[in-house]
Design a protein around this ligand. Structure first.
Ligand code: HEM
Length: 140
Protein backbone atom coordinates (compact mmCIF):
# COMPACT_ATOMS: atom_id res chain seq x y z
CA UNK A 1 0.00 0.00 0.00
CA UNK A 2 1.28 3.45 -0.87
CA UNK A 3 1.30 5.98 1.96
CA UNK A 4 2.76 9.19 0.52
CA UNK A 5 1.35 11.26 3.40
CA UNK A 6 4.26 10.15 5.60
CA UNK A 7 6.57 12.11 3.31
CA UNK A 8 4.80 15.42 4.02
CA UNK A 9 6.36 17.90 6.41
CA UNK A 10 7.08 16.32 9.77
CA UNK A 11 4.38 13.63 9.47
CA UNK A 12 6.94 10.81 9.72
CA UNK A 13 8.68 12.41 12.68
CA UNK A 14 5.34 12.71 14.46
CA UNK A 15 4.33 9.14 13.54
CA UNK A 16 7.60 7.91 15.07
CA UNK A 17 6.75 9.63 18.35
CA UNK A 18 9.22 12.49 17.91
CA UNK A 19 12.75 12.36 19.25
CA UNK A 20 11.76 10.16 22.21
CA UNK A 21 10.25 7.59 19.84
CA UNK A 22 13.36 7.68 17.66
CA UNK A 23 15.65 7.25 20.65
CA UNK A 24 13.65 4.14 21.67
CA UNK A 25 13.97 2.77 18.12
CA UNK A 26 17.73 3.37 18.04
CA UNK A 27 18.16 1.91 21.53
CA UNK A 28 16.43 -1.32 20.39
CA UNK A 29 18.33 -1.31 17.09
CA UNK A 30 21.79 -1.23 18.68
CA UNK A 31 20.78 -3.65 21.46
CA UNK A 32 19.67 -6.17 18.81
CA UNK A 33 22.87 -5.58 16.84
CA UNK A 34 24.83 -6.22 20.01
CA UNK A 35 22.93 -9.40 20.92
CA UNK A 36 22.38 -11.15 17.60
CA UNK A 37 25.05 -13.60 16.45
CA UNK A 38 23.81 -13.05 12.89
CA UNK A 39 24.87 -9.39 13.16
CA UNK A 40 28.39 -10.05 14.44
CA UNK A 41 30.21 -8.79 11.33
CA UNK A 42 28.14 -5.59 11.45
CA UNK A 43 28.69 -5.15 15.18
CA UNK A 44 32.45 -5.43 14.69
CA UNK A 45 32.50 -2.33 12.49
CA UNK A 46 31.16 -0.30 15.43
CA UNK A 47 32.96 0.99 18.51
CA UNK A 48 32.63 -1.01 21.71
CA UNK A 49 30.74 1.79 23.43
CA UNK A 50 27.64 2.54 21.37
CA UNK A 51 26.48 5.65 23.27
CA UNK A 52 27.73 8.13 20.66
CA UNK A 53 26.45 5.92 17.82
CA UNK A 54 22.99 5.95 19.40
CA UNK A 55 22.88 9.73 19.70
CA UNK A 56 24.13 10.27 16.16
CA UNK A 57 21.65 7.91 14.52
CA UNK A 58 18.66 9.23 16.51
CA UNK A 59 19.64 12.83 15.69
CA UNK A 60 20.11 11.98 12.03
CA UNK A 61 16.73 10.23 11.78
CA UNK A 62 15.05 13.25 13.38
CA UNK A 63 16.01 15.55 10.50
CA UNK A 64 15.67 12.81 7.88
CA UNK A 65 12.03 12.27 8.89
CA UNK A 66 11.17 15.98 8.75
CA UNK A 67 11.76 16.84 12.40
CA UNK A 68 14.44 19.07 13.97
CA UNK A 69 17.82 18.81 12.23
CA UNK A 70 19.59 17.69 15.35
CA UNK A 71 22.45 15.90 13.61
CA UNK A 72 23.64 18.95 11.65
CA UNK A 73 23.20 21.15 14.73
CA UNK A 74 25.38 18.89 16.85
CA UNK A 75 27.73 17.18 14.44
CA UNK A 76 27.72 19.14 11.16
CA UNK A 77 26.77 17.95 7.71
CA UNK A 78 26.97 14.35 6.53
CA UNK A 79 26.54 12.56 3.20
CA UNK A 80 25.40 9.09 4.23
CA UNK A 81 26.75 7.08 1.23
CA UNK A 82 30.22 8.63 1.11
CA UNK A 83 30.58 8.61 4.92
CA UNK A 84 29.94 4.86 4.96
CA UNK A 85 32.24 4.18 1.99
CA UNK A 86 35.15 4.21 4.47
CA UNK A 87 34.11 0.59 5.15
CA UNK A 88 33.68 -2.19 2.59
CA UNK A 89 29.92 -2.56 3.05
CA UNK A 90 28.46 -5.30 0.88
CA UNK A 91 24.94 -6.66 0.52
CA UNK A 92 25.42 -9.03 3.48
CA UNK A 93 26.30 -6.20 5.87
CA UNK A 94 23.48 -4.09 4.49
CA UNK A 95 21.05 -6.97 5.07
CA UNK A 96 22.30 -7.36 8.64
CA UNK A 97 21.71 -3.64 9.25
CA UNK A 98 18.22 -3.76 7.71
CA UNK A 99 17.32 -6.96 9.60
CA UNK A 100 18.25 -5.35 12.93
CA UNK A 101 16.28 -2.29 11.94
CA UNK A 102 13.24 -4.38 10.86
CA UNK A 103 13.24 -6.13 14.25
CA UNK A 104 13.66 -2.86 16.12
CA UNK A 105 10.83 -1.27 14.15
CA UNK A 106 8.60 -4.25 14.97
CA UNK A 107 9.10 -3.53 18.69
CA UNK A 108 7.74 0.03 18.40
CA UNK A 109 4.07 0.89 19.08
CA UNK A 110 3.59 2.11 15.52
CA UNK A 111 0.93 1.49 12.88
CA UNK A 112 1.76 -1.21 10.35
CA UNK A 113 1.54 1.43 7.63
CA UNK A 114 4.23 3.59 9.22
CA UNK A 115 6.42 0.62 10.14
CA UNK A 116 6.36 -0.61 6.53
CA UNK A 117 6.91 2.89 5.16
CA UNK A 118 9.94 3.53 7.34
CA UNK A 119 11.63 0.25 6.47
CA UNK A 120 10.98 0.86 2.76
CA UNK A 121 12.51 4.34 3.02
CA UNK A 122 15.59 3.04 4.84
CA UNK A 123 16.30 0.59 2.02
CA UNK A 124 17.09 3.55 -0.26
CA UNK A 125 20.15 4.92 1.61
CA UNK A 126 21.19 1.35 2.49
CA UNK A 127 21.35 0.54 -1.23
CA UNK A 128 23.29 3.76 -1.96
CA UNK A 129 25.77 2.88 0.78
CA UNK A 130 26.50 -0.50 -0.84
CA UNK A 131 27.00 1.16 -4.24
CA UNK A 132 29.25 3.94 -2.88
CA UNK A 133 31.30 1.43 -0.92
CA UNK A 134 31.63 -0.83 -3.97
CA UNK A 135 32.82 2.11 -6.09
CA UNK A 136 35.32 3.31 -3.50
CA UNK A 137 36.82 -0.10 -2.79
CA UNK A 138 36.85 -1.21 -6.42
CA UNK A 139 39.32 1.63 -7.12
CA UNK A 140 41.64 0.66 -4.29
C1 HEM B 1 23.82 -0.34 4.92
C2 HEM B 1 24.21 -0.77 6.10
C3 HEM B 1 24.90 0.11 7.11
C4 HEM B 1 26.06 -0.18 7.76
C5 HEM B 1 26.87 -1.45 7.61
C6 HEM B 1 26.36 0.93 8.62
C7 HEM B 1 27.47 1.03 9.45
C8 HEM B 1 27.80 2.12 10.20
C9 HEM B 1 28.99 2.21 11.04
C10 HEM B 1 30.03 1.14 11.21
C11 HEM B 1 28.96 3.42 11.63
C12 HEM B 1 30.01 4.00 12.62
C13 HEM B 1 29.49 3.89 14.02
C14 HEM B 1 30.21 4.79 14.95
O1 HEM B 1 31.41 5.05 14.79
O2 HEM B 1 29.56 5.27 15.87
C15 HEM B 1 27.78 4.10 11.18
C16 HEM B 1 27.42 5.36 11.57
C17 HEM B 1 26.29 6.02 11.13
N1 HEM B 1 25.33 5.52 10.28
FE1 HEM B 1 25.37 3.74 9.38
N2 HEM B 1 25.38 1.87 8.49
C18 HEM B 1 24.46 1.43 7.58
C19 HEM B 1 23.31 2.07 7.18
C20 HEM B 1 22.92 3.32 7.58
C21 HEM B 1 21.74 4.01 7.10
C22 HEM B 1 20.74 3.42 6.11
C23 HEM B 1 21.72 5.22 7.71
C24 HEM B 1 20.73 6.36 7.61
C25 HEM B 1 19.50 6.24 7.21
C26 HEM B 1 22.89 5.30 8.57
C27 HEM B 1 23.22 6.38 9.37
C28 HEM B 1 24.36 6.49 10.12
C29 HEM B 1 24.72 7.67 10.91
C30 HEM B 1 23.94 8.98 10.99
C31 HEM B 1 25.93 7.36 11.53
C32 HEM B 1 26.76 8.28 12.46
C33 HEM B 1 27.73 9.10 11.62
C34 HEM B 1 28.81 9.79 12.45
O3 HEM B 1 29.71 9.11 12.96
O4 HEM B 1 28.75 11.02 12.58
N3 HEM B 1 23.58 4.13 8.46
N4 HEM B 1 27.09 3.29 10.31
Amino acid sequence: MDTPEFGNGDASYQAAGGIDGLRRLVEDFYRLMDERPAALALRRLHPQDLAASRDKLACFLSGWLGGPRLYSERYGSIAIPSFHAQWPIDQTLSDQWLDCMAQAIALQPWSTAFAEYLLRQLRVPAERIVQASRNRHAQA
